[in-house]
Design a protein around this ligand. Structure first.
Ligand SMILES: Cc1ncc(COP(=O)(O)O)c(C=O)c1O
Length: 377
């Protein structure tokens, strides 16, 4: 368990921000790294060609540590959707085969597969919401030999349900299905190792659990896809990009590893240093420790909310850092209004209230949420 790290963030005392699954606050050292990077643009004459590569490689190296892989397997992307689209562009599927997604899957990990299925006359097969909250079992049952691609998250985002990706990865390999992952609601707060799961592609936007800025993220691409087709054909992904004077000696070769999948203008001088700094801090704290610390807050919240008639999937079927509370068919609008009045921030989505604390939260933040719930017991 980690001590509260609120001092590193700019969160006023009267704000109970329990909404990391929506957008994490940028910690002070990451903000400083980002603004120092932005300031470089004031003096472009000081920017050297080398700086277009150095920050990107730093980001790649730290992202690789978080994923449990090597920098060579990491591409820099602007969004989860971009990474999923890259996977969909490269993974093969034939007429009559299936692409597996979960019920209520996040749109960025749905539309690219819907388009691919339509283009190839394949079927988009949806894993139904499991009555017993066991998403892993539901996925394993749905992994029949017709499945060519399983496009999944680590945490189902409207329930908090956790998928056992090690078992699912093994089941995919057994039937020859590819595995594409959206880790946006888990990476940084739920332990994940590429080698244990062996996905083909895995993407994570950085602005939630990686505590980074908006509009930057990472894409893992397994070595077998390193000769794949990128979404963009820009200059910086090519093998001659380091020599600025010879860019028009067009090259058929790409930079090494997953770098060919990088987005255009990936050398973002403001976003990359901020994202890298935040990930370094996460590595220093430890993902296991972050998971345990936010998990303990959620256990306390789930227990108190149960007394008020709310229910949620239980661990280990639920990810520790991610709590979706349900009661009846909807959350009363008066409760939403009371939360806003009290500066208690959670996400209310239809029938569920999503609570997602991090290590900047205090026990007092949790008690303030409980006090609001009590008013509507
Ligand atoms: C599961 C999941 N994936 C991805 C995203 C973000 O997608 P994108 O980076 O394409 O905007 C979100 C945002 O809420 C999410 O919940």
């Amino acid at each position: 368990m980690l001590p509260c790290q609120r001092h590193l963030f700019d969160i006023p005392d009267d704000v109970a921000y329990l909404n990391c699954a929506y957008m994490s606050p940028l910690m002070k050292p990451a903000f400083e790294a980002g603004t120092a990077g932005l300031a470089r643009k004031r003096h472009p004459w000081e920017l050297t060609a080398d700086q277009f590569f150095r920050g990107s490689e730093e980001f790649r190296g730290v992202a690789a540590q978080i994923l449990g892989t090597t920098a060579d397997c990491v591409a820099i992307v602007p969004s989860a959707g971009y990474g999923v689209d890259t996977a969909a562009r490269n993974l093969p599927v034939r007429r009559g085969q299936s692409i597996l997604v979960l019920a209520e899957q996040f749109p960025s990990n749905y539309y690219p597969w819907q388009r691919l299925a339509r283009a190839k006359s394949a079927t988009l097969k949806t894993v139904p919401w499991p009555a017993d909250d066991d998403w892993t079992l539901a996925v394993l049952e749905a992994l029949t030999p017709d499945v060519a691609i399983a496009a999944l998250p680590h945490v189902q985002w409207t329930s908090g349900g956790r998928l056992d990706l090690v078992r699912i990865g093994e089941a995919c390999r057994n039937i020859g299905a590819a595995l594409a992952l959206d880790l946006t609601q888990s990476l940084g707060a739920l332990p994940f190792r590429v080698n244990d799961v062996q996905p083909d592609f895995a993407v994570a936007a950085s602005y939630k659990w990686l505590l980074g800025p908006y509009s930057i993220g990472m894409l893992y691409a397994a070595p077998k896809w390193h000769k794949g087709t990128p979404l963009e054909e820009g200059w910086i992904q090519r093998d001659n990009a380091r020599d600025f004077s010879s860019l028009i000696l067009y090259s058929d070769g790409y930079d090494s590893g997953a770098r060919r999948f990088d987005m255009g203008e990936r050398s973002n001088f403001a976003l990359l240093p901020a994202a890298t700094r935040a990930m370094r801090q996460i590595l220093e704290w430890g993902v296991e420790e972050i998971s345990a610390t936010s998990g303990a807050m959620n256990l306390r919240l789930a227990e108190a909310a149960a007394e008020m008639g709310f229910s949620a999937p239980r661990e280990p079927l639920r990810a520790p850092h991610y709590l979706c509370l349900r009661r009846g068919t909807s959350i009363p609008p008066e409760l939403t209004q009371a939360l806003a009045r009290e500066h208690v921030y959670v996400s209310v989505r239809g029938s569920s209230m999503r609570v997602s604390p991090h290590i900047y939260n205090t026990a007092a933040d949790c008690e303030r949420l409980i006090a609001c719930l009590r008013q509507f017991a």
